[in-house]
Design a protein around this ligand. Structure first.
Ligand code: FAD
Length: 326
């Protein structure tokens, strides 16, 4: 039986969306290779209650390994995961991505002499083993990665894995008896900043209003903020406008930014370059406003509006406000 261990990050009594996607994906894959999906959580026992940990069962985890330690740092998680994998013989460790996932995954690889694939966008089961898909050559091609090592580490792109409620009850919670390495206690969490400077966590937002160079100037984002505000969403951006200093890097979507999968992604003045597409193509509904009817973004939009965003966006905001009566 080949089990998969997932690191689930929590904060203030909730698991983050990215981790829930990874747990769901591990459960799907484990079922295909005849194993189980387990999760590892690390923090204070007071916060990580049996009840909270058990909720990961909803996403398909059968066992949650609960380790006590300083939350939000990578090295303690490496210690705990390495112990659980060594004791339990897990065949794979799966991470949803994000900076912490990359750090923990890299540490685990060094500790276990494991193989690793980063920036994975999909994972398949083949002949009882997992094969990771990793975009290469500026995302123009996909490579299949198989593992020869006894443990394979798979680190997804942020939000690459869909959240699916597939479990049938609470997961069993098991406390992990592990030792922190000497270096693992050298770093302490001094302050937890607002995520990369954003008021709204765009990776978790259901509605994203994204702006590109078609906005013409930095002030163009004000109209998008108004629309996002009226819809209860957040604002995202292309690299072109981030490089131009019009909007913060924390909002950049794409190959060198974040990967998102909101319910609605409205792209205003965005051409739809491949490097942008890879960060938002999994959105449930894509709506594009572009004055060029041949813009590539229309090729992967559910709804395309050909026109001037300066006229359309304010009218849309007015219409949303009128509908909501605000
Ligand atoms: C290695 C590498 C990594 C990259 N990583 C990223 C990344 O992570 N994210 C990313 O976004 N890009 C990335 N890029 C850049 C990418 O290739 C594009 O250059 C960028 O996405 C283009 O941004 P844009 O759509 O805002 O601008 P443009 O391509 O200039 O498109 C502007 C669009 O606005 C439309 N428009 C203009 N005026 C109006 C108007 N008034 N109303 C309506 N529409 C209008 C135009 O028709 C046009 O389609 C990367 C590039 C490389 C080489």
């Amino acid at each position: 039986m080949t089990n998969i261990l997932v690191y689930a990050l929590h904060y203030e009594g909730a698991f983050n969306k990215n981790s829930l996607g990874a747990v769901s994906e591990a459960a799907r894959l484990a079922a295909e290779i005849g194993g189980e999906a387990h999760a590892l959580v690390l923090g204070s026992k007071a916060e990580l209650t049996d009840e909270l940990c058990g909720t990961l069962g909803t996403y398909g985890a059968t066992t949650v390994h609960r380790a006590e330690g300083p939350e939000g740092l990578s090295q303690p998680v490496v210690d705990a995961m390495a112990k659980v994998i060594s004791d339990g013989g897990h065949g794979y460790a799966l991470f949803g991505g994000g900076l912490l996932g990359f750090e923990i995954g890299a540490g685990l690889v060094a500790r276990l002499d494991a193989g690793v694939t980063m920036e994975v966008t999909a994972v398949n089961a083949r002949d009882g083993k997992l094969v990771a898909e990793r975009p290469i050559l500026q995302d123009s091609s996909i490579s299949d990665v198989e593992y020869r090592s006894s443990v394979g580490v798979i680190i997804g792109r942020l939000n690459a894995f869909e959240i699916v409620e597939r479990g049938s009850g609470a997961a069993a919670v098991v406390d992990v008896d592990y030792e922190l390495s000497e270096w693992s206690t050298k770093a302490t969490m001094v302050q937890r900043g607002e995520q990369r400077g954003a008021d709204v966590n765009i990776e978790d937002a259901d509605i994203l209003i994204a702006g590109g160079r078609g906005l013409g100037k930095a002030e163009g984002f004000e109209a998008l903020e108004a629309l996002a505000g009226s819809l209860g969403g957040a604002v995202a951006a292309t690299r072109a406008v981030v490089d131009a200093g019009w909007y913060s890097y924390s909002a950049q979507i794409g190959q060198t930014g974040k990967t998102v999968a909101p319910k609605l992604y409205l792209a205003a003045g965005i051409s739809g370059a491949i490097q942008h597409k890879v960060g938002m193509q999994s959105s449930e509904n894509i709506v594009a406003i572009n004055k060029d009817s041949n813009a590539p973004i229309f090729e992967f939009s559910d709804l395309g509006i050909v026109g001037d965003l300066n006229k359309i966006v304010p009218k849309l905001t007015e219409a949303v406000k009128a509908k909501k009566g605000s």
